[in-house]
Design a protein around this ligand. Structure first.
Ligand code: NDP
Ligand code: 8X3
Length: 250
């Protein structure tokens, strides 16, 4: 039977690439994001491959998130796969110089937003005793790097939440796992550096992961047989060994 996936942060980068990958395999899509014009464009592009519904909301707005998911039309109400991907880093400052608005944004979006979306989707999965949730963590959820402080904390939280979900939802037969990439060339650094030219230097001199590389792994994880759950995947480009070690001579 055709499965339905809800992908947050589907307007760019990893989420958008995952939408394309899933559409290629005929998975019905609920695509979420704040930038409505991008959602419209992606919907138009993918509708020749699969059924697509778009939801335009900010995951850090609790009421808007719960309302958007409650208001799904009948044909999209049953969500088999949840990809909690929406998120970003905001700023890259030492902790003593950190910006409170950046800290709020990272905790509100990366952590609380993921929880709000999950809260709206999980009850139907427990009722059906089936479903799969993939949270997009980060290598920053496994180690802390200079000036990464609060972003790293938000991604460590994503990994703790993933583990907690897997434990608590185990009795319902729901698969839960995390995909944790290192550096991926998306709009991520544009957001982190707030449009500053520094963003253009981040992926210079080596071949970073591309959004499609991560989407391939996400599709692999959701296409395993029913008895197989990929619990925790850490992936880097070949040039990257850890958050701070990148070989620019490859
Ligand atoms: P992008 O900036 O390209 O994509 C971020 C996505 O998140 C966009 O679709 C954006 O949509 C959405 N988003 C951001 N804030 C909100 C919000 N408040 N409400 C709803 N949607 C939101 O970056 P990536 O594709 O790289 O990032 C995707 C995920 O991957 C993030 O969780 C990030 O932390 C993680 N990651 C990224 C890495 C990288 O190096 N790029 C490495 C490891 C993990 P819109 O603006 O339309 O709302
Ligand atoms: C993003 C990984 O190291 O570019 O989650 O901040 S990093």
């Amino acid at each position: 039977m055709t499965k339905t996936a809800l992908i947050t942060g589907a307007t760019s980068g990893i989420g958008e690439a995952t939408a394309y990958e899933f559409a290629k395999h005929g998975i019905k899509l609920i695509l979420c994001g704040r930038r409505i014009e991008r959602l419209n464009t992606i919907q138009k592009a993918l509708e020749r491959l699969t059924d697509v519904h778009i939801l335009n909301f900010d995951v850090s707005d609790k009421a808007a998130t719960l309302h958007a998911i409650e208001s799904l039309p009948e044909a999209f109400k049953t969500i088999d796969i949840l990809i909690n991907n929406a998120g970003n880093a905001h700023g890259l400052d030492p902790i003593n110089e950190g910006n409170l608005d950046d800290w709020d944004a990272m905790m509100d979006i990366n952590v609380k937003g993921l929880l709000y979306v999950s809260k709206a989707v999980i009850p139907q999965m427990t009722a059906r005793k089936s479903g799969q949730i993939i949270n997009i963590g980060s290598s920053a959820g496994k180690e802390v790097y200079p000036n990464g402080n609060v972003y790293c904390a938000s991604k460590h939280a994503v990994l703790a939440i993933t583990e907690g979900m897997r434990i608590d939802l185990n009795k319902y037969g729901i698969k839960v796992g995390a995909v944790n990439p290192g550096m991926v060339e998306t709009e991520f650094s544009q957001v982190r550096y707030k449009g500053d030219a520094a963003a253009n230097q981040v992926y210079k001199g080596f071949k970073a992961l591309q959004a499609k590389d991560v989407a391939d792994v996400i599709y692999f994880a959701i296409s395993r047989p029913p008895h197989v759950n990929l619990a925790d995947i850490l992936m880097f480009c070949t040039a990257q060994a850890s958050s701070t070690i990148v070989n620019k001579n490859l």
